[in-house]
Each structure stands twice: as structure tokens, then as C-alpha cells.
Design a protein. Structure first.
Lengths: 357, 218
């Protein structure tokens, strides 16, 4: 009966992988444990790995993940896959260094493999507290480093290319330490979206710290993302039609001359029209003559090739005003982007040692 | 009496400044300033002509939006008869209140009353003329120097008591220059001639004006 159940379970898992993917990690874990208990180790290993591979909000919690890794260790021992069993046990130790397998549940050879992994694994663990949204520079993303000894380690945030973005910790871990990253790189700038990692390694001077022979890397993958921020588009540069000619031309000169001449003549002549028969005073000649002379002076100031300092200054002001506006809008946009929240999604931690298969 | 009127005019100007500043904050512009005018008057009563000359001082201001303009002007002074005339000196008060439409950037059309009053030995003579006007402006040097010409004609008007029907025409022209680079102060040299008339009466008033203005004249 149990064999029939196991066969059916394995067949359904193999034939309908999409259905299995759609299942929750907890359900996969339960099925994997059930498969182990009925000694269907191949199907059980597959189900437990599927359960551990689920990411995001449906991923296993720390306790369930530790349980899954312990059963995976036991399953691999039963399958005579010793290296795989050791790897699963090391993952478990990284996840929770204080985990202790139940001797009533697992046979002695499984406990022995776990103890061997424990002896060979570094005594450092890393734990994140789920997806976190922070304002770079103001808030902090927190992970906890734990250790059963007192190793000296260096913890850095690195980019996908291995470049160090920020050093978070450099010292000795006594029991545990919270690493706080404010979302900025070493220069105080927020790094672009993408994949990063918190990498913990033993310090060179303490290369033998931990039980792994001194060469190990603990890695917590991170994914950085920022929701879109509303920004103001930069203004268009002023069109050429708004700029005034900086050198005089014939057209501009005539435009300056004509109003002066017309107004000057009008002022002299209009009294004859307004008050014909009266003897107009010389005041009209003074004003009309002044306006005419001003028109001629303006014509000369605009003659072809003549620099027009007033227009140059006007154009300079126009350009500077545009540049000031554009710079101000760019600054505000940068502020909005800077004040926008950064979402940090931690992945599953991994440990690489010199003897990792 | 004249001092009282001058004090009231000054007070109105002072009180109007904050309002004008608020108007500028709402996208409107204002111009205020003082004006001095050397007047020459030819006064005809029937066949008798008297000539006067004298100095008037006053103030003017305008409030300008994209399309509309309001302009106020006030002046007062004393004109004296020229040598050889037996007429008495006159205390003169004049003013105008105009509402304008900026038809195109260089042309403004106005409507509004213009008043002029003076005392004589026989009593007061008050001219009130409703006018329509057109002002054309031309730029000589952008933002530095401009010229203008204004002409007006009377729609209706009256003078004296009992009132006689009055009419008339007038013109005003001149040159405006900014006093300094990027300064808000402008100077204006102008020539104004007005010739209101009624039955048996004609006043031809010529003024050589010099104004100091705060704000771009428009």
C-alpha cells in the first residue's frame, strides 16, 4: 500500500512538474517528509529540494527550511549519497548553527554525518529578516551574523561583478552581531538596481578561524529594486526665435530708425492738426528733435556688424535662466529619486568551503 | 485748498503702492512717477486772447495687465499771464482717468475723462471732456529707449455753469529712456498739446513735460 502511494506520489511529481511548482513549499516539505518515512528516498529528495528551491513569499521559513535540510541530509544518507548529505548538512548549519537533530527521529549514521559537517563547517551563520524597504541614507537593512566561536571576519556588500560596494563589518563576532547597511556605497551614493550580495569571509590574520580549515565564504544574495519615482521632465531649451541678434543688421537698424523719425515728425506736425491757427511753441521742436536724434542714434547703434551689448546680455540672461531652471529641476528630481525607497530582497544564504563538493 | 488736494493725492499714491505691488505679484505690472510740466496756455474768450505760462507738478500711475491698462494722472500749479496781458494769474488743476485696451503690443486704445479747472477773478472754469485715444509705441533700443505718440478726440464734454457743450482734440508724444542698466527707473521727455473748445471759448494748452517713472512705461 505504502509502495503504491509512493509510486503514485513520485509519478505525479515527475509527470506534472508544473503542478508541483505551483504547490506551496510547506506542502512539498510535508510530502518529502512523508516520502522519507515510507522510504521512497528518490522522490523524497526531489520533493525536499523543490521545497527548498521555492523563493519569495511562499518560501520556507527558517524552522521549516532547517527541517527540510535535515530530512534531505537523512534522505541522501539513505541513498548512499554521502557528499550530497554533507552538503545539505552544511547548509543547515549555515542556516541555523544551533540546530540539533532529534536522535529519536534520525538513525545514528545520519546523526554522524551531521556531526561531521558540523565539525568541518565554519561556525558562522547569516540571517536576514525578509524583504525590506529602506530610504537610502536614512534607514538600514539589517542582517544578523551568528557564531558559536569568536571568528574574526570581514563582511562586505559586493556587486554582481565581485566589486566591493561597501564594507559593513570588520572584526570579531561574539555570539552575534547585527550588520546594518544604509543602502549607500562607500562614496555615499545609492547603487543602481540589480543583484548584490553580502559576503562574509574570515580575515586573513585569522584564516584558521572556524572549523573549515580557514577557507570559506558565506554569501547572502540580495536583489535591489526601486519603484518608479515621479520626476519632472527637464524644460526644453529656449527656441532660437527667443534670442535677439547679437550683431546689428540693416533690418534691425531700420526698425530702430523708423519709430524715431515718425514720432519726431509727428510731434512737430501734430500741433498744426490739433490746434490749427494757433501759434505753437518751440517745445514741440525740442521734443520732436530729441526723438528724431534718438532714432538716428539707435540706427547707428544697430548698423550692420555692430555688436549689440544689450542683446548679448539679454541672450546671456535667457541662457542662464534656462540653465538655472534645468539644474534646479534636475536637483529636485535627484532628491526625489534619493528619497524614494529601495527594496532589498534577500535570497537563501550559501556557504562555499574549500572542501565543498 | 491746493495744499489739501496735494496732500490727498500724495496719500492716495502712498496707499496705492502696496496694492500695486500685490498686483505685480499676480502677474500685473505697475508704473508710478512724478511729472513736472512747463505749460504755455492760449486762452480765447470771444475775440480776446490771453497768454499764460507756468509750472505744474503732479503724479501719474498705471496698472497694466496682458490686455488692459488703467492710467491716472494728476497735476496742479499756477500759470501767470505773459507780459502785456491784463489777465490775472490762474491756479490750475488737471487730471485724467483712462481705461485702455492693448489692441496689439505697440498700440493701445483708450477711453476716459480728462478734466482741467482754474480759478479766475470771476470764478472757476471747469472743463470736463470725455475722450477716445490711441497710443502708438516704438522701440529704439530694446529695453532701453522707446518713443510714443498719442492722439485724442472728444466724444462729449462741457464747461462752465450753466454748462456749455464742449469738444476738442489733443496729442502727446515723447521719448522714454531707462535710467541705468537694468534699472527700474525711467525718464520721459514729452510734449503735450490740448485744445478744448466751446461756444466762444478755446483753451490751447501746450506742455513740455519731464517725468521720472518707476516701472516700464506702457
Amino acid at each position: 500500500m505504502n509502495r503504491l502511494f509512493a509510486v503514485g506520489l513520485t509519478a505525479s511529481a515527475l509527470l506534472v512538474p508544473t503542478l508541483a511548482r505551483a504547490q506551496s513549499a510547506t506542502a512539498l516539505l510535508d510530502q518529502g517528509v512523508r516520502a522519507y518515512s515510507v522510504r521512497e528516498y528518490d522522490g523524497g529528495a526531489w520533493l525536499l529540494r523543490r521545497a527548498l528551491a521555492v523563493e519569495g513569499p511562499n518560501a520556507l521559513g527558517t524552522i521549516d527550511a532547517a527541517r527540510a535540510l535535515m530530512y534531505l541530509t537523512a534522505t541522501e544518507v539513505a541513498r548512499n549519497q554521502r557528499d550530497s548529505a554533507l552538503a545539505a548538512a552544511r547548509r543547515l548549519i549555515v542556516l541555523d548553527p544551533r540546530y540539533r537533530p532529534d536522535a529519536q527521529t534520525f538513525p545514528p549514521q545520519v546523526i554522524a554525518v551531521y556531526q561531521e559537517a558540523r565539525r568541518s563547517a565554519p561556525s558562522v551563520s547569516i540571517r536576514a529578516f525578509g524583504d525590506t524597504a529602506i530610504r537610502p541614507g536614512s534607514d538600514a537593512f539589517v542582517v544578523r551574523l551568528g557564531a558559536t566561536t569568536a571568528p574574526e571576519v570581514t563582511a562586505t556588500v559586493t556587486g554582481a561583478d565581485g566589486r566591493v560596494v561597501r564594507t559593513l563589518f570588520n572584526g570579531t563576532i561574539r555570539d552575534s552581531v547585527d550588520l546594518r547597511w544604509n543602502g549607500l556605497d562607500g562614496s555615499g551614493n545609492a547603487p543602481p538596481d540589480g543583484r548584490y550580495a553580502i559576503v562574509v569571509t574570515p580575515r586573513r590574520s585569522s584564516g584558521t578561524t572556524g572549523g573549515a580549515g580557514g577557507s570559506w565564504t558565506l554569501r547572502l544574495p540580495l536583489e535591489l529594486a526601486r519603484p518608479a519615482v515621479d520626476t519632472t521632465p527637464l524644460p526644453a531649451a529656449p527656441p532660437d526665435s527667443l534670442f535677439r541678434p547679437e550683431r546689428g543688421d540693416t533690418k534691425g537698424a531700420m526698425r530702430a530708425l523708423v519709430p524715431g523719425i515718425v514720432a519726431g515728425v509727428a510731434i512737430v506736425v501734430l500741433p498744426k492738426v490739433v490746434a490749427s491757427g494757433e501759434q505753437a511753441s518751440n517745445a514741440r521742436l525740442i521734443v520732436g528733435g530729441t526723438v528724431t536724434i534718438a532714432g538716428i542714434a539707435a540706427f547707428l547703434a544697430h548698423h550692420p556688424g555692430q555688436r549689440l551689448p544689450g542683446n548679448e546680455q539679454y541672450n546671456r540672461n535667457l541662457r542662464e535662466q534656462y540653465e538655472r531652471n534645468a539644474a534646479e529641476i534636475a536637483r529636485r528630481n535627484a532628491d526625489r529619486v534619493r528619497q524614494g525607497k529601495m527594496i532589498i530582497r534577500p535570497g537563501a544564504p550559501s556557504l562555499v568551503t574549500r572542501d565543498t563538493p | 485748498m491746493k495744499r489739501h488736494i496735494a496732500a490727498v493725492a500724495l496719500l492716495v499714491c502712498v496707499l496705492a503702492l502696496p496694492a500695486a505691488a500685490r498686483a505685480q505679484g499676480r502677474g500685473m505690472q505697475f508704473t508710478v512717477g512724478g511729472v513736472g510740466a512747463q505749460q504755455t496756455v492760449q486762452s480765447h474768450v470771444d475775440q480776446v486772447t490771453d497768454r499764460f505760462t507756468g509750472l505744474l507738478l503732479g503724479a501719474e500711475g498705471s496698472l497694466v495687465s496682458d490686455r488692459f491698462v488703467v492710467r491716472l494722472r494728476y497735476g496742479e500749479g499756477r500759470i501767470n499771464p505773459k507780459a502785456g496781458s491784463s489777465a490775472a494769474a490762474r491756479d490750475v488743476v488737471e487730471g485724467e482717468a483712462l481705461f485702455g485696451l492693448r489692441a496689439v503690443p505697440w498700440l493701445t486704445l483708450w477711453v476716459g475723462p480728462s478734466a482741467r479747472a482754474y480759478t479766475t477773478g470771476d470764478g472757476d472754469q471747469r472743463w470736463l471732456i470725455w475722450t477716445g485715444r490711441a497710443t502708438a509705441r516704438g522701440t529704439l533700443l530694446p529695453a532701453r529707449m522707446q518713443t510714443f505718440v498719442e492722439v485724442w478726440g472728444a466724444f462729449s464734454g462741457n464747461v462752465g455753469t450753466p454748462p456749455l457743450k464742449a469738444g476738442g482734440r489733443g496729442a502727446y508724444g515723447g521719448l522714454e529712456a531707462r535710467l541705468g542698466e537694468a534699472s527700474a527707473w525711467w525718464g520721459r521727455l514729452g510734449y503735450r498739446i490740448e485744445s478744448p473748445h466751446a461756444a466762444g471759448l478755446r483753451e490751447t494748452v501746450e506742455s513740455l513735460t519731464l517725468s521720472l517713472l518707476y516701472g516700464l512705461p506702457q
